[in-house]
Design a protein around this ligand. Structure first.
Ligand SMILES: NC(=O)c1ccc[n+]([C@@H]2O[C@H](COP(=O)([O-])OP(=O)(O)OC[C@H]3O[C@@H](n4cnc5c(N)ncnc54)[C@H](OP(=O)(O)O)[C@@H]3O)[C@@H](O)[C@H]2O)c1
Length: 329
């Protein structure tokens, strides 16, 4: 088998930030699964001795130590690569300023090392739709509407200002949030399971986190086609009632949609509830823009194995922490 594979020196090296995480991990696996695709992968991690990094090394990835808070380590990690996948980690620190500093550091390192194609995993700067003066949702921390989205959107110019050949990748709500982010079905006072969102009857574009990396791989494979462009991806755009119906079918027990107001969601009290309440309100109030920008057909053209919600749920139903949710309800 390996005699037919190109050597790393023949292949374009993609340096992957967040490689041991959800988005970056999907890209690493997509490159490793396609040994004759013309690309090799460099895993960036703060812990090269960690289990995930070691697994990737065993599968043929180059592994380097880098920290997005250490610009020198980033430059070293990008050196000699063809391209990079850049992502930031808002939920690790909850600081939009830190997120912007990290995006800036990645753009500077990409320019310094002459990368030929960067994919920046970004989001809309919601203030372009809902200015700070618009009181339909509260302004947070004095200058944001949705800090974890605004910071990403505001960071886009770091890449363009530096003259980095960049594709701006707008992603969607991960369905994996039903497993890891406490958003799965919970038992209400009526004893029935429900998912709770402030989306009314509007669509919430979603995606399997793994498919984000696979789509990113599709973008790299297209060469120049999406250079300098903004592209948006989702796996399927469903209303929350439609998602509840899929839960009911796949889990074999009734799951309802508990529709709440954005005000109620913001007051739930978990860290980031106000940020997420504003985010869902934006997706609800600007459904025409937000959902039509995210076309699963386009995502499938980048990633033919793109999952829809039912496919994802059938694969992941045993990981949904239903019992735990019921116990804490
Ligand atoms: N949840 C959603 O629905 C959703 C949807 C769209 C976008 N997003 C955005 O996705 C971003 C997070 O991406 P993700 O879900 O792929 O992350 P993730 O799964 O939480 O993984 C984070 C990875 O990043 C690495 N990392 C963390 N801090 C680092 C640092 N200082 N330097 C270098 N590496 C660092 C860690 O790797 P090591 O420990 O190996 O270093 C970790 O494996 C967030 O900004 C979020 O806003 C989330």
């Amino acid at each position: 088998m390996r005699t037919h594979e190109a050597t790393v020196s023949d292949r374009k090296v993609i340096a992957v930030v967040g490689a041991t995480g959800a988005q970056g991990g999907g890209l690493v696996r997509a490159i490793l699964d396609d040994p004759n695709g013309g690309f090799a992968v460099r895993v960036l991690t703060r812990d090269a001795g960690g289990a995930k990094a070691k697994d990737f090394a065993r599968l043929g990835a180059e592994v380097v130590t880098a920290d997005v808070d250490n610009p020198e380590s980033l430059t070293k990690a990008f050196e000699g690569a063809y391209g990079a996948f850049c992502v930031t980690f808002f939920w690790e620190h909850f600081s939009p300023e830190k997120e912007m500093a990290e995006a800036h550091a990645m753009a500077v390192a990409a320019k310094a090392t002459g990368l030929r194609h960067v994919i920046w995993s970004t989001m809309e700067d919601i203030r372009q739709w809902v200015p700070l003066s618009d009181n339909r949702m509260p302004t947070l921390r004095g200058k944001y509407k949705v800090p974890h989205c605004d910071a990403k959107g505001e960071s886009n110019h770091f890449f363009t200002d530096a003259g980095v050949p960049t594709t701006f990748l707008l992603t969607s709500f991960y369905w994996d949030n039903f497993i890891y982010f406490g958003m799965g079905p919970r038992k209400g006072p009526d004893g029935k399971f429900a998912i709770t969102f402030p989306m009314g009857d509007k669509k919430l574009p979603g995606i399997a986190a793994e498919d984000i990396g696979k789509c990113a791989y599709g973008i790299f494979k297209k060469g120049d086609e999406f250079m300098g462009k903004t592209v948006a991806i989702s796996g399927e755009n469903l209303t929350c009632a439609q998602m509840a119906a899929v839960f009911t079918e796949v889990l074999g027990q009734e799951v309802r949609y508990n529709s709440v107001s954005p005000e109620a969601y913001r007051s739930f009290g978990f860290p980031g509830a106000d940020d997420l309440g504003n985010m869902f309100q934006f997706k609800r109030d600007f459904e025409d823009y937000y959902s039509s920008a995210r076309n699963p057909g386009f995502a499938r053209s980048l990633n033919p194995s793109l999952q829809n919600f039912k496919m994802w749920l059938i694969e992941n139903k045993n990981a949904i922490p239903l019992d735990q949710a019921a116990a804490s309800a």
